[in-house]
Ligand binder design. Structure first.
Ligand code: CTP
Ligand code: ZN
Length: 155
């Protein structure tokens, strides 16, 4: 089977392809990065068949390379995603997804009594803790620990 035939969404010339996003997370990833606001062409594939995952989401953004910070945020939402850098139609790099050590300002603390809700000047800050395959976030201020799912679902 030719590569062209296998492509489920048109190939791009330059940009970023985020592949193997678990299905139903693609939309969240898109809003997280505000990719649709960049004025560049964005193609999204939702619920595409995948031999590895059964079903996957995929995002292609033309002429934009995601930043390291975005890649580390992506690691939290979709650790198994692959980020491909495309130049002149070729995959020139596959970026590893590395979890950040801390996440600042991205999420509200789920603890309603947390000081970060009262003091507007205090930016939320979570320490990323990994336990086997599981990721948990610990609030720097109230020191409560939350599962990755609680944080990423409320986004
Ligand atoms: N891709 C693209 N435009 C190109 C080249 C590749 O949109 N000009 C996409 C492919 O469709 C694929 C992803 O980029 O979704 C990665 O391409 P490639 O490494 O060729 O695919 P695989 O060999 O399947 O890689 P992996 O198993 O790492 O996902
Ligand atoms: Zn807190």
């Amino acid at each position: 089977m030719s590569k062209e035939y296998k492509l489920q969404v048109e190939a791009i010339k330059n940009g970023t392809v985020i592949d193997h996003i678990p299905s139903h997370i693609g939309f969240k990833v898109l809003s997280l990065f505000k990719m649709a606001e960049s004025n560049q062409r964005v193609t999204i594939g939702l619920n595409l068949p995948s031999s590895a995952l059964g079903c996957k989401d995929l995002i292609k953004i033309e002429n934009v390379f995601i930043t390291e910070e975005q890649a580390s945020q992506l690691a939290l939402f979709a650790p198994q995603a692959t980020v491909n850098k495309i130049e002149e139609y070729e995959v020139v790099a596959k970026l590893p997804l590395v979890l950040p050590e801390t996440i600042i300002g991205a999420f509200h603390c789920p603890n309603t009594n947390c000081i970060t809700h009262e003091e507007k000047a205090v930016e939320s800050s979570f320490m990323v803790m990994t336990k086997k395959d599981d990721v948990q976030l610990k609030c720097k201020y109230c020191e409560k620990v939350f599962s990755r799912e609680i944080m990423t679902d409320s986004h």
